[in-house]
Design a protein around this ligand. Structure first.
Ligand SMILES: [Zn+2]
Length: 301
């Protein structure tokens, strides 16, 4: 069983200055109880290392008990994840309320350690990039979200050179709108070329972030590459659409010509997508239920 990011958010703050809305989250005790139940009844210790309490943005850090959660993660042997360095207002919020920058606050809480991975990582200065590398954290670059929200550009090359595990993600659907990681690979290539120059970033860099780098972020050595001893996780694409016509290198073609839909996906040796459709999912019903849920959400906003 693979389980990442149980949705939790002990955000106790209220008021107009908060940088993220209140979330329906769990408190510290609920998280501890949930983790212990999972370990006792469902998961082996090896599975458990894949679990991560997950917090949305720095807003969740305030009023939370994240220092205790770092100790809890040590106790249970699981990883920790939050979104950090996404927007400038996080810096301002942190300076105003805690008198320090977000990375300093992470250190204060005991979160500057190699079982932590961060989403975004846009607004880190040189010294912070070096510190994150020294402590072997992971940073998940979310290029599509960063462009949609005009958040800025993740310093992928500097972070990777400093020793940070750089992965690739899509962020939440609210700031991405299609959660398509292959599109994210292409966006990572284009956005990083804008930062570092066209000759200094290739499709192989972007694919490395999406595969090996993302596995390192998650603390996984059994995924991220096609090799003996790894999980049989495969995404297969056909190259018969017009967009790929004339492409020489098929791997470069996937990224540069914009592959966006896998024909086959295998997860852990089992086919999960066949002929472009997810198996065991009633897509029409799912769309209907999601549409209704979205209408209720907008009605209650
Ligand atoms: Zn985010």
């Amino acid at each position: 069983m693979d389980a990442h990011s149980p949705r939790t958010s002990p955000d106790l703050r209220r008021g107009a200055d908060q940088i993220a809305p209140d979330c329906a989250g769990q408190n510290f005790y609920a998280i501890d109880r949930g983790l212990r139940d999972l370990l006792a009844h469902y998961l082996t210790p090896d599975d458990f290392r894949r679990l991560e309490p997950h917090f949305d943005r720095l807003g969740a850090l305030a009023g939370g008990r994240l220092d205790e959660l770092a100790r809890l993660a040590d106790k249970h042997g699981c990883r920790l994840h939050t979104h950090l360095g996404e927007t400038k207002d996080e810096d301002d919020y942190c300076l105003h309320h805690f008198g320090c920058r977000p990375v300093d606050y992470l250190e204060e809480l005991g979160w500057l350690q190699d079982r932590v991975w961060l989403a975004h990582g846009v607004h880190f200065n040189d010294a912070e990039v070096a510190r994150l590398g020294r402590h072997r954290l992971g940073v998940c670059h979310c290029p599509t979200s960063n462009m949609v929200l005009a958040s800025g550009m993740c310093r992928t090359k500097e972070l990777e050179a400093a020793g940070v595990a750089v992965g690739l993600g899509v962020d939440g659907s609210a700031s991405n709108d299609n959660s398509n990681l292959m599109e994210g690979v292409r966006h990572a290539l284009m956005l990083s070329r804008l930062s570092y120059g066209a000759a200094n970033v290739t499709h192989l860099d972007a694919l490395r972030w999406a595969t090996e780098g993302s596995a390192r972020c998650l603390g996984r050595d059994d995924i991220g590459a096609i090799a003996v001893g790894k999980q049989a996780d495969l995404a297969l694409f056909t190259l018969d659409e017009l967009r790929f016509s004339g492409a020489g290198d098929p791997i470069a073609g996937l990224v540069l010509c914009g592959a966006h839909r896998a024909d086959r996906v295998m997860i852990g040796g089992t086919w999960r997508v066949v002929d472009g459709a997810p198996l065991g999912v009633d897509v029409a019903r799912l769309r209907h239920e999601h549409g209704e849920a979205a209408k209720r959400f907008l009605h209650n906003w």
